[in-house]
Design a protein around this ligand. Structure first.
Ligand code: SF4
Length: 417
């Protein structure tokens, strides 16, 4: 293992709390959107001052921040993009992620010293495309999700001059890496402008053209049919192959997802990568644990997508548009006093005294405990915590730290379900 470089674990940072959680749970780097010009425009993106703070925070921990400017730009976008890039130059960000060659050229002009990563939205699917971007001055290409491991390996062998980044976990598009007009057509919100309304997740029915309003259900199961909704990518069982392929960065999708999702997904992949480098047999024996932790977060059915090159399994979701989840997000730790064992927890979902909850901890394996008593910050006893973002004092039976997660398991784990 000594000769193989440990890949970077790259996590989404939809806001500052998610950024801090991603880093607390072990991400080596985060990617975030600028307030403008980023896909996922519905995420709480960062303005220049926010990016500066994020970079300062991450650099203080020795980690990196990449900023997405990955819209497909229209002429009018360049009027203000110049100013945005000038501001971005002063933030200290480690790289900018772009798709559009016009944006690429403007970044080279205005921030020539900043690394440029080519977004997955640019659909790098072959070694000549990777070589093209390397020659143009890109530091890294985020590969298209549609590639098999054999194709990734071939790109790595043929194009040593550019770092490769690959998605390992999260939602996928039915369209080619998000190059899709469905949302724009149905809702007026353009996916390539960062405004996707995810209509591929909607429930669809059949209508005969003369019987307006009479919808005939298409049934795949009792819940209907979701004919365009993709399962979620999960490659945690393929860490050794991904490392051997020479991919430099393992990327988790999900800037719009909860801080709990961010923490749990990062923790699972952090453990998987570290276990593998410590002892490949440890990784093999813990695969079920990583998967069970990922099953506890909000997710659709998991798929390996295009990774194996065998598309003999459907990558559609059959269970509906809403993500399944094996646990509820109950709270996040704001502070902990090691002398008294009392933690201050911010409520993120209802829970009450007498319930068995679980702390997902950045350090160690987490633990379950009964909530025997609970108080507000004025020391008034409480039986339950009904108010969103209410601050509560709970005694933790083992040490926790800020940003650890309190959750309730709602279904027993089975990674065959
Ligand atoms: S509608 Fe679905 S397939 Fe199209 S860009 Fe949005 S998420 Fe992707």
């Amino acid at each position: 293992m000594d000769t193989v470089k440990k890949p970077e674990l790259l996590a989404p940072a939809g806001d500052f709390e998610k950024l801090r959680a991603a880093l607390s749970f072990g991400a080596d780097a985060v990617y975030l959107g600028g307030a403008e010009y980023s896909l996922r425009s519905k995420a709480k993106n960062f303005d220049a001052e926010g990016i500066t703070q994020a970079v300062k925070y991450a650099h203080g921990l020795g980690r990196k921040v990449y900023v997405t400017v990955n819209i497909y730009a229209r002429n009018e976008d360049f009027k203000c993009m110049y100013d945005f890039l000038i501001k971005l130059r002063c933030t200290g960000a480690d790289a900018v992620i772009v798709s559009d060659p016009g944006v690429f050229s403007l970044v080279k002009e205005i921030i020539p010293d900043m690394d440029i990563h080519i977004s997955t939205q640019a659909n790098t699917t072959n070694y000549r495309a990777a070589a093209f971007w390397a020659k143009a001055g890109a530091k890294r290409a985020v590969l298209a999700r549609e590639l098999s491991i054999a194709e990734i390996e071939e790109i790595r062998r043929a194009t040593p001059a550019i770092e490769l980044e690959a998605f390992v976990h999260g939602a996928m598009c039915m369209a080619y890496s998000g190059r899709c007009l469905l949302s724009h057509y149905l809702t007026g919100r353009g996916a390539n402008r960062g405004e996707c309304a995810h209509p591929c997740r909607y429930k669809y029915a059949l209508m005969e053209e003369t019987r307006l309003g009479e919808y005939f259900p298409i049934e795949e199961d009792s819940r209907g049919a979701y004919i365009m909704s993709s399962k979620d990518l999960c490659l945690i069982e393929y860490i050794p192959q991904l490392i051997a392929s020479g991919v430099s960065s393992f990327k988790i999708e999900g800037r719009m997802k909860s801080v709990y999702y961010t923490a749990a997904a990062v923790k699972a992949y952090r453990c998987a990568i570290d276990d593998y480098f410590n002892d490949p047999e440890l990784y093999e024996s813990n695969k079920g644990v990583y998967l069970s932790d990922l099953f506890l977060t909000a997710h659709r059915d998991f798929t390996t997508g295009f990774f194996t090159g065998k598309l003999n399994e459907s990558i559609r979701v059959h269970d509906g548009p809403d993500a399944e989840h094996g646990s509820d997000f109950c709270g996040i730790v704001k502070s902990y006093d090691a002398d008294s064992n009392w933690a201050v927890v911010e409520q993120r979902g209802k829970f009450g005294v007498g319930e068995e909850l679980e702390f997902l901890t950045a350090e160690g394996s987490g633990f379950r405990q009964i909530i025997n008593e609970m108080f507000d910050l004025n020391s008034a006893p409480l039986q339950n915590a009904p108010h969103p973002r209410q601050l509560l004092r709970i005694r933790a039976v083992r040490p926790v730290r800020e940003l650890d997660i309190l959750r309730r398991r709602v279904s027993p784990f089975s990674h065959n379900n």
